[in-house]
Design a protein around this ligand. Structure first.
Ligand code: MFK
Length: 548
């Protein structure tokens, strides 16, 4: 008879809303009491749907990766991207559950974006990152809301925000070309008017959401022999009425580190019929509207992935024994979990602040200061959450030990996917430089200092106050330095703006967060000076030299 050896109980995915007290507390900070009960009921039920519907679809999509079939048996070029039916079911689920629509129906006024983003938060880690097409669709909707004419608003916009899967359109965002992922002004795609429509010709190099319906893209307008210096913005339909690629070839699917269920293609446009959006030559400025939405999606996705890894590691720590104790009772193991939870809380509260400012701005109730804060916090939140998410997911995989490293246990996917959050929608460097663009445009940083400083001073925590004074002085000095010096320090600045924004939010809401048992420890984590703080403050002499 064979002996029954020990088999470890695995960590379980539980209802992601019910089991997340941090999320519940943070939501309460940003929305009025009158919504708490009814929203929480919706989120609880939505959490059940995630377990019962989305998780199986996501798993199915992950196990059957997209395939590109360029030719049929007869040698005809067909360029068909084959994805499992689960991928389309995720799309249907998204429209039925109003994952884009909620942000535009605005049932809860300025709070509608928070409502929407909580649902996206719950959806994302189970969805095989179908959130990526949703991000682009939402960004496309916002573009048309701001820049679209009536015809575009009555057609594509209505479809992007539809809750009827037979009407719903998803959109891609085709910016990247071989000439530039960051510097999109170098685009080689040309737009020519043929008397009836604009026709686009050129290469597109990183086109996610190739199975969606439309795409927003950039091209330079050519008239006769003249080609514009600046890019313009266009919308196009990816497939024609017969379901074939619409005057374009799909040349290759990217072989990516993560997000493998999401088809990302290389394309050649061969005269794709397109519509011009907004003003000619203002493509970069206009598509930035879309980027600012997708960057907030990036942040919520990064934080949701971090939460998923943490929830697995926490559950595991209450099931796994080592050295005579459950892992959760081992001081060092528990310390790492607490540190990760602190990171999660801080990143979530920062993201929700940004989401709340987005909602206020879009519904016209934001003050001038809040609009400026949104512009500043969007790149900062995106870059910060991406970096922290990847680092702490790695910690949580380590906390699960050897099984954490196994593909068939499901954890490595979290880390592989999370790497994209640092690249997609702009790298950490590009976003740090975007912060400098905010400085240049806004002239000074007083609107940020005026917002966070009172909360820092009210903390009566001398350590935090003196750190803030140093950062405030450093920031003011930096604004006087050379562009090169500022660029070199842009990451340090961004990271510290993120940390002090989080500290400000935590101190402002400390009493309301008191239900979180370890709130003092979470605060301490954020108070501890970061490497970026040391880098910024240890360079005062260099600042003076650079400024002189
Ligand atoms: C989820 C899975 C994904 C699957 C895999 C994907 C892998 C990754 C594939 C990729 O390729 S991701 C890379 C995506 N690319 C980007 O995110 C673009 C990164 N580059 C930037 O963000 C640049 O900053 C940007 C192209 C937006 C601008 O560069 P420029 O050409 O130097 O812009 P410029 O001249 O400073 O600004 C032009 C106008 O836009 C200015 O306005 P004005 O003309 O009125 O002065 C700017 O103020 C405005 N602007 C720029 N960024 C803005 C903005 N306005 C508002 N918000 C912003 N963020």
């Amino acid at each position: 008879m064979t002996k029954d050896y020990f088999v470890q109980q695995p960590p379980m995915l539980l209802n992601p809303f019910d089991n997340d007290v941090v999320l519940q507390q943070v939501i309460k900070l940003f929305v009025p009491n009158k919504y708490h009960q009814s929203w929480f009921k919706v989120f609880q039920q939505f959490g059940e749907k995630i377990l019962l519907e989305v998780e199986p679809l996501g798993n199915e999509a992950e196990t059957t990766e997209p395939v590109l079939i360029n030719y049929d048996a007869w040698g005809r070029r067909i360029d068909r991207v084959q994805v499992p039916s689960a991928w389309y079911k995720l799309k249907d689920f998204s429209s039925k559950n109003a994952l884009v629509s909620d942000g535009y129906q605005r049932e809860f006024g300025e709070y509608s974006r928070i409502y929407q983003f909580v649902k996206l938060f719950l959806f994302t880690p189970s969805s095989a990152i179908y959130t990526c097409p949703l991000a682009m669709t939402d960004g496309a909707a916002r573009l048309l809301e701001v820049y679209g004419d009536n015809s575009l608003r009555n057609t594509y916009f209505q479809r992007y925000i539809s809750t009827d899967p037979t009407e719903f359109y998803g959109s891609g965002q085709w910016m990247t070309e071989k000439t530039g992922g960051s510097d999109v002004s170098e685009t080689e795609t040309i737009a020519e008017f043929d008397g009836e429509t604009w026709r686009l010709t050129g290469p597109k190099w990183f086109t996610s959401g190739i199975t969606e319906d439309t795409a927003m893209t950039l091209a330079k307008i050519k008239e006769g022999h003249n080609i514009d210096d600046k890019v313009s913005l266009f919308v196009l339909e990816i497939y024609n009425d017969d379901g074939e690629p619409n005057n374009l070839t799909i040349d290759k699917l990217k072989d990516k580190l993560g997000t493998r269920a999401l088809p990302t293609a290389e394309l050649t446009l061969n005269g794709v019929p397109s519509k011009l959006i907004g003003e000619r030559g203002r493509g970069v400025k206009q598509i930035a509207t879309m980027l600012n939405i997708t960057r907030v999606y990036n942040a919520i996705s990064a934080v949701s992935y971090l939460q998923r890894a943490l929830s697995y590691a926490e559950d595991y720590s209450s099931k796994r024994k080592a050295f005579g104790s459950l892992l959760k009772d081992l001081p060092l193991h528990s310390e790492i979990l607490t540190e990760t939870k602190s990171a999660y809380l801080g990143n979530l509260i920062l993201t929700m602040w940004t989401v709340s400012l987005l909602g206020k701005t879009e519904t016209g109730v934001a003050s001038d200061q809040e609009e400026k804060l949104l512009r500043l916090l969007t790149p900062v939140t995106k870059l910060y959450t991406a970096k922290k998410s990847f680092a702490y997911i790695s910690e949580m995989i380590e906390a699960i030990g050897g099984i954490g490293y196994l593909e068939d246990a499901g954890f490595p996917k979290l880390l592989r996917d999370a790497q994209v959050f640092t690249i997609w929608e702009g790298t950490t460097n590009v976003l740090s430089l975007d912060l400098l663009r905010v400085f240049r445009k806004e002239g000074n940083l007083n609107f940020w200092i005026d917002t966070v400083k009172p909360n820092i001073l009210n903390s009566h925590d001398q350590d935090v106050i003196s750190q803030f004074m140093e950062i405030e002085a450093a920031l003011k000095s930096y604004l006087q330095t050379s562009s090169k010096f500022m660029q070199k320090n842009a990451r340090n600045l961004s990271f510290e703006i993120a940390r002090f924004s989080i500290l400000s939010l935590l101190f402002e809401n400390k009493d309301d967060l008191s239900e979180l048992e370890d709130i003092e420890e979470y605060l301490q984590f954020w108070i501890t000076p970061s490497p970026e703080f040391h880098r910024l403050t240890s360079q005062k002499r260099r600042i003076l030299v650079s400024a002189s």
